[in-house]
Design a binder for this molecule. Structure first.
Ligand SMILES: CC(C)(COP(=O)(O)OP(=O)(O)OC[C@H]1O[C@@H](n2cnc3c(N)ncnc32)[C@H](O)[C@@H]1OP(=O)(O)O)[C@@H](O)C(=O)NCCC(=O)NCCS
Length: 221
């Protein structure tokens, strides 16, 4: 998210390439699955989400450590159209975050390939600040990690987070992302080069963290 791949100035120069054959499934390229968590539903973006995403993601507190979001509702409509083209091209997936029982988009999770076939990918996220600290992020992150490792076939999932972004760093750490290093002066925001933390989630670690504890193998005192 720190370097959101969408760039409005490049919007017209999109190359759609044929679907990859070496990903686990290509169904998602036709339409993203709807992912249901405890309190969250992640679904494909729609043009009609532009208004609520504009309201949620363009505030100073949400946008100050990420790539500048579109500055108008129409800009979000173009962004949403772009996400659908990139999904069809098989290089990128962007989910709307909604609450169970409410269809309003309150944020996004996105995953983009860093190498052909999604072996290594990068994810990012932004949620409207009224929903911070509610567990929505962790609920949605669980769904996106499963989608990345099980559906896209990701082996290594990276995230970059500005060192100054306290909530972003806290959020990534608490879902098990591992701090791997600091990318010095790697992100230009508001005329200032910011240091970013590089986080990684490795498929094997993710699978191990999901393995239920076998009580019969534990010494219980
Ligand atoms: C990133 C984001 C989606 C996380 O959602 P969230 O609801 O704020 O996250 P959570 O509250 O579940 O987790 C944040 C954690 O960071 C902690 N935290 C808050 N401020 C912190 C700070 N300054 N330093 C360290 N940790 C901090 C919180 O206490 C919380 O941990 P806890 O649940 O154990 O108490 C949301 O904050 C957001 O949309 N931010 C703006 C967009 C953005 O920065 N995205 C890119 C992130 S790389």
């Amino acid at each position: 998210m720190e370097k959101m791949p969408y760039q409005s100035e490049l919007d017209m120069n999109v190359v759609i390439r044929p679907p990859m054959t070496d990903v686990t499934t290509t169904d998602w390229q036709h339409r993203l699955p709807t992912l249901t968590g405890h309190n969250v539903v992640l679904r494909e973006l729609r043009t009609s989400d532009a208004q609520s995403l504009f309201a949620m993601l363009t505030t100073e507190e949400v946008s100050r450590f990420i790539s500048p979001p579109p500055s108008t509702v129409e800009g979000f409509e173009r962004f949403i159209a772009w996400t659908l083209r990139m999904r069809t091209a098989g290089t990128y997936a962007c989910f709307a975050v909604t609450l169970k029982g409410h269809d309003t988009a309150i944020g996004i999770f996105q995953v983009r390939e860093l190498e052909s076939g999604f072996g290594t990918a990068e994810w990012g996220f932004a949620i409207g600040s009224p929903f911070w600290g509610t567990g929505i992020f962790a609920d949605g992150a669980d769904l996106v990690l499963e989608f990345a490792f099980e559906t896209l076939g990701v082996h290594r999932l990276e995230a970059r987070c500005a060192v100054k972004n306290g909530r972003g760093n806290g959020a990534l750490r608490k879902i098990g992302a591992v701090q791997e290093g600091v990318l010095r002066k790697s992100f230009l925001r508001n005329g200032e080069y910011l240091d970013q933390v590089m986080y990684g989630v490795i498929e094997d670690d993710w699978r191990a963290s999901r393995t239920p504890v076998r009580l019969d193998r534990m010494d219980i005192h």
